[in-house]
Design a protein around this ligand. Structure first.
Ligand code: ADP
Ligand code: MG
Length: 906
């Protein structure tokens, strides 16, 4: 039995009540703690459940087994500060291990806080990465607590009853969606519980509030006080007893009670010490406003937060605000107290935050909570999404993110949250220059645009290009009913030319403009046109317009209305308001309506309607159309039921694993696989590689070719020279196709020898595939985002036309259909001019298998199948390249808190 290696480093995670615990493998130094857990930590009854009896030696034996370097034992412990809360262990029963025998114990005083489940999740992860596929455990019949833990885990548990015991068997299938969903739900609850101290604190201390007016600490203190915070407020300042009417104390320890939240505005060098002091006192959350922490300061700050179970916003944060009247906390130095409302706002950059709050204030959109994430050491966009999803107030999420800590976990959360509330984000770093800025701004690796776009679209996030576009889109989504996914819009204008421009803008935003029934013309002045765009003529008056719009609203062919008005003497009512007619609409509109008033000076306003509700009024038709387009994208997303993960049957994981491990043992730095190993790896996952036979010299090539001709299209073969490290074969003259005779093959091989000389290692012989459409399919692993699956037009045209679509793995069943459909070449695949359609099922199978392979083998950093030649009946890949690199196995969905790069400094 091989020795088991676990990652030595700890990871932190949240218990159900929001407490942070640290999880790490047990070692000899933990012997005393493990013994204490099984003796002092557990009652006689708990011990009986754990050890099936009351043997006095059992605790000592357990400590020996768990802490010794016992081969085949995986043992992890969860720690709260110095205290061992619980342990979970398993013993691998076979070599190679398929099944492991599981046991766990939690100290009595830590029961009912989700420690056992959390430990189990981490043990599942560790066991899986050792190839374990089943846990088995014996549990006493009366041990309800442990039986419940298994029942709630989310994995399908088999139970067998035998003489007072239950024998459990749990398959650890990694793609089990039910398990992932159960983990998500536990993660959401724990996260929200831990965030309560930040976002609904009962008491707040501002540390570093000076007497000096205009200092950050003093400003925030003043804002909290004047904002009408409903809880207790104190200042911490060693030099004075009172600041701005707020009582001040010399230290956190000296405060009359322990604050839930501490807002820290002290110099960078002092931040770690203050954080430690807060933690020791029992503070539950920190907002660090200070910027410019060095690596060592960052590390110590994080260590204090984790050790003392404090959530952290910042550093370099502008602060946060909670508008709920029961709390009314305005602890930020950005702008005006946001009006109480229903929009959740989280920004990475403080400046963007100020601009965004300002515009929302102008618009009159109220805020539920606002968080300036700053350098995002701990609390991130992912946390806020879960908070808003659960706070019962927020119905619109506005995010500005420059970097992603764990994008795959974020995507999973967002995919769920966007089902209930719209999530809008400004897509920052679209250009190379912008990414450079983002990388230096947040010290995070820049992410290519395609990858971010894939993330947003797969998660149902509405991504916009500017703060203005964000606000303009929010104005529509916030006030108007959901548009039908069809997206049929009626454009109405009192100036024909303006209507045409608006119609163009709508079409460009992906909306459709259906023909309208001719009867509607009867409601308009003579000379008007009800072809869509509707030209009412400039002679229409407000009353006629109101009447017409009401009729239009009832028209079933219409899903949205866009009215563009140019001020004319006739269109304006006595009060001089051209929008008057539009505001007469019904209180509950059937279809979303937006207006464009060309003389309006601000880009967007929300106007109160006569019978209730609000109407978004834009100064520009392009902005209005774009907002409608985003609304329609969201409607489509909602109309699609969540799709199942793509199915890829009969993938031989074991073969792939041993191939990859074998290669990386021989090449620890990684590199490109040779053609035959490439074929073996891809074939293990059912990818349709053509037959490739290796020939080391001319004679072997001729003989092999003779054998392969029978399989080949038109009896011809392809010959490809190979030498280690080659890149593009055709460009180097290393590919010969359509070789029909022995002489052809011989001549081609001789030519290779002449060209490549001693470098030539041999050649690959393949049967020629029948002509078809050449596609490329591939995978690239992003360090942070994980694998991205790409499909495009392949062959020699690939680079010039750049007709590609990309999605993050794991792909869903729907991705398999939408990816080929989104190519510009899609009509080609469907068959044009009498050519039959290609076998799309074969294309879908290639995508599903690549996605599964990329997910199972994180070491596969690049795979390029180009071309995959698709026919009416099947697909075959004649050229594939695979690059491997050593990568630790990483489960993005394992519950653990962030490890910010900035705080990893040693
Ligand atoms: P590279 O991409 O390195 O230049 P390929 O092996 O993809 O080399 O070959 C280049 C082109 O030759 C392919 O895009 C394809 O059009 C054609 N080709 C190569 N092998 C075959 C084959 N076995 N059957 C049919 N066509 C082939
Ligand atoms: Mg190729």
């Amino acid at each position: 039995m091989s020795t088991v290696h676990l990652p030595r480093s700890a990871s932190e995670a949240l218990l159900a009540d929001g407490t942070t615990v640290s999880i790490r493998p047990l070692g000899p130094q933990d012997h005393r703690a493990v013994l204490a857990l099984h003796t002092d930590g557990m009652s006689e009854e708990s011990r009986r459940m754990r050890f099936f009896g009351v043997s006095r030696n059992a605790p000592a034996q357990a400590a020996d087994r768990l802490c010794g370097e016992r081969p085949g034992v995986l043992a992890i412990g969860a720690w709260a500060g110095e205290e061992l809360v619980g342990e979970a262990d398993c013993e691998l029963l076979e070599d190679p291990p398929e099944t492991a025998e599981l046991a766990l114990a939690v100290a009595d005083r830590w029961h009912h806080r989700g420690a056992a489940t959390l430990l189990l999740e981490h043990l599942v992860h560790a066991a899986r990465s050792h190839g374990v596929r089943f846990f088995e455990a014996d549990v006493l019949f009366g041990n309800r607590a442990v039986l419940q833990v298994f029942a709630d885990l989310g994995l399908p548990v088999e139970r067998r009853f035998q003489q007072g015991e239950v024998r459990l068997r749990v398959p650890l299938d990694e793609t089990d969606e039910r398990y992932r969903t159960a983990v998500d739900e536990r993660g959401r609850r724990a996260d929200v519980a831990s965030l309560a101290a930040l976002l609904r604190p009962a008491s707040v201390a501002v540390v570093g509030a000076s007497r000096r007016e205009g200092s950050v600490g003093r400003t925030v203190l003043g804002k909290v006080r004047r904002g009408g915070f409903t809880g207790a407020l104190w200042a911490v300042n060693p030099h004075t007893g009172e600041i701005d009417g707020v009582p001040a104390y010399p230290s956190v320890a000296a405060l009359p009670a322990v604050p839930d939240l501490a807002v820290i505005a002290v110099p960078a060098a002092v931040v770690p010490g203050v954080a430690e002091e807060c933690g020791a006192a029992g503070v539950r959350a920190l907002v660090v406003l200070t910027a410019g922490l060095g690596a060592e300061e960052a590390r110590r700050l994080m260590a204090a937060c984790r050790r003392h179970s404090m959530r952290l916003v910042g550093p370099n944060s502008l602060g946060l605000a909670q508008a709920d009247p029961a709390v009314r906390l305005d602890a930020e130095f950005g702008g005006a107290f946001p009006r109480t409302g229903t929009a959740g706002v989280a920004v990475q950059s403080g400046g963007v935050g100020i601009a965004l709050l300002q515009r929302l204030a102008w618009l009159g959109i109220g805020v539920s909570s606002f968080v300036s994430l700053g350098d995002k050491y701990d609390v991130s966009g992912n946390d806020l999404l879960q908070w808003w999803e659960s706070d019962g107030r927020t119905d619109l999420a506005l995010l500005h993110l420059e970097s992603f800590g764990n994008p795959r976990a974020f995507a999973r959360t967002a995919r769920r949250v966007t089902r209930t509330i719209p999530v809008l984000t400004v897509d920052a770093g679209r250009s190379a220059a912008g990414r450079r800025g983002a990388a230096s701004h947040t010290a995070a690796a820049a992410t290519p645009t395609v990858t971010r776009e894939a993330l947003f679209r797969q998660a149902g996030i509405t991504a916009v290009h500017s703060i203005d576009e964000l606000v303009q889109t929010a104005a529509l989504l916030h006030t108007q009913p959901l548009i039908a996914p069809r997206g049929a819009v009626a454009v109405v204008s009192n100036a024909g030319g303006i209507g045409i421009l608006a119609a163009d803008a709508c079409a460009e935003a992906g909306l459709v403009l259906p023909e309208l029934p001719q009867e509607l013309a009867g409601l308009l002045p003579a000379g008007a046109s009800v072809r869509n765009p509707v030209d009412t003529t400039a002679s229409i008056g407000p009353v006629e317009l109101t009447y017409f719009l009401r009729a239009l609203e009832r028209e079933p062919a219409i899903d949205a209305i866009l009215v563009c008005l140019v001020p004319t003497a006739l269109s304006t009512t006595r009060d001089g308001d051209p929008a008057h007619a539009l505001l007469e609409g019904p209180a509950r509109r059937r279809v979303p309506t937006a207006a464009v008033l060309l003389e309006q000076q601000v880009p967007v306003r929300l106007r109160d309607c006569a019978f209730g509700g609000e109407l978004p009024v834009y100064s520009d038709a392009v902005a209005a159309a774009r907002a409608l387009g985003h609304a329609r994208e969201r409607a489509r997303w909602l109309a699609e039921p969540p799709s199942a993960p793509a199915d890829a049957p009969d993938c031989d994981r074991r073969t792939a694993r041993s191939l990859v491990d074998g290669y990386l043992t021989a090449h620890p730095e990684g590199g490109w696989l040779d053609p035959l190993s490439t074929a073996d790896l891809l074939t293990a996952y059912g990818l349709p590689l053509t037959t490739s036979v290796w020939a080391r010299d001319e004679e072997a090539a001729v003989a092999t070719a003779a054998g392969l001709r029978r399989l080949a299209h038109a009896g011809e073969v392809a010959l490809k020279a190979y030498w280690p490290g080659q890149v593009h074969k055709s460009a180097a003259g290393a590919v010969r196709t359509g070789l029909a005779t022995d002489d052809d093959v011989r001549a081609a091989y001789r030519d290779f020898t002449r060209r490549f000389g001693a470098e030539l290692a041999g050649a690959v012989v393949q049967p020629m595939a029948a002509p078809g459409i050449e596609l490329l399919a591939g995978v690239v692993q992003d360090r942070v985002f994980g694998p991205l699956v790409v499909l495009g037009l392949g062959g020699t045209a690939a680079d010039v036309l750049a007709d590609r679509v990309a999605r993050l793995a794991p792909l869903s069943e729907r991705d398999l259909t939408t990816m080929p459909a989104e190519l510009r070449s899609a009509p080609l695949l469907a068959g044009v001019g009498g050519t039959p359609p290609v076998d799309l099922a074969a294309v879908r199978s290639v995508l599903a298998r690549l996605s599964r392979l990329a997910d199972d083998v994180p070491e596969l950093v690049e795979a390029d199948l180009n071309p995959v030649i698709v026919h009416p009946d099947g697909a075959v890949c004649v050229d594939a390249r695979v690059r491997l690199e050593p990568r630790p196995s990483f489960d993005p969905y394992l519950r653990r808190l962030r490890r910010p790069a900035a705080a990893e400094g040693k």
